[in-house]
Write a new protein. Sequence first.
Length: 389
Amino acid sequence: MTIDRDDIPAAELDPREEIEVHPKGNLILQVGGKSLYRRVRRLIVQSDNIGNFGSRWAAAVARSEREGLFSRRRILHLPNDDANMMLVLMWLSHPWHMGKVPKQLSFRQLLAMTSLCEKYDMNLQVSPFIRRWIVPHQSKLLVPGREQWLNIAYQFGLERHYITLASHLMMNCRADKEGDLLVPGRHEKLADHIPEEALVEIRRRRIQALAAFFNVVYIYVEAMENEDTCQAKLPLSPHEEIQAVLKNERTMCTHTNHGELVRYLKSHGYWPPITQAHTVPMSVNEVFQCLIATPSIRFRPVHNKSLQSAEAPSSKDTPPRDIAVDIHYYCDVGKVLAFQLNEVKGKLEMPITRDTTDAMRVNAETSGLQAEIQKEGILPSVPNDEQRR
Ligand SMILES: [Zn+2]
């Protein structure tokens, strides 16, 4: 994960390895040492006190061992936890240390704190500080490399942040040959950053969105193959011959649009039709931008009867300067598809399950952010795709 640039500096904490958190300490939390968390600290706490933080801590304390054969202290090894953030968590849980709690955390530290809160069910303990820690980072919600914001949003119940980021990923992640999602603009797998359940839902909604866009296009191609889709208002004529010529104009309009669309799709690798949306490597946004850019044909009327009959459009209508061209304005494949694709885009399902929403609402209550979220303007608005452009 490469997020150091633009991150706020890591909070500096008491440099000593062994720290007495409780004056009557009888339990050593030996934290860190493995994988991400190299730094080791020995935090001396009181076992009854720690056990009272909740069932997860009670279970952890029960796993502790005697420090040595003749020692009265016990030791609990927590090699996979971040030692610095565990120290902050212990300060938060012992009121007389509250003044030592840092006012700001770097993004990495915030992530480590999020993991601890999840693992030990400690939202309540961090609630006095969590808003202050989160706010400086939220303007970078959509910056590539910060996808683990999803974990933060989930753990503390920031629903709007979660939906904004998950939707952004659904729209902007490409997929590799195995179908795994990539961080937008990078060759890293998204899987390294976020939880599997979130990933499954984002992937599922991405495939649905791609399929929905391709569907619009292929259904229209099929319609053009089955009948004339031309919308031009051509005059009725009592003469069969003229009527046939006018009918012919509709067919020519349809064929021209059809041919142009198929050629355009082929040039982008979307013809013959894509039947397996999950094999498409491009992002949903890229596919959308490509399809919506289907060129306008500007089919011109061929029969002079149709020219004569073209009604002058009202001033409110879209810009038909050249009436001869504009009787085929509404059958132009570029315009028809742009309208239909935008409509589908507006109705795409968000990549969040009911279970995730419910869990986040419970988390918002324990983190104390529920009340904050309801007070409008307390948490500044999250950036969305539009604002970023
Ligand atoms: Zn037409």
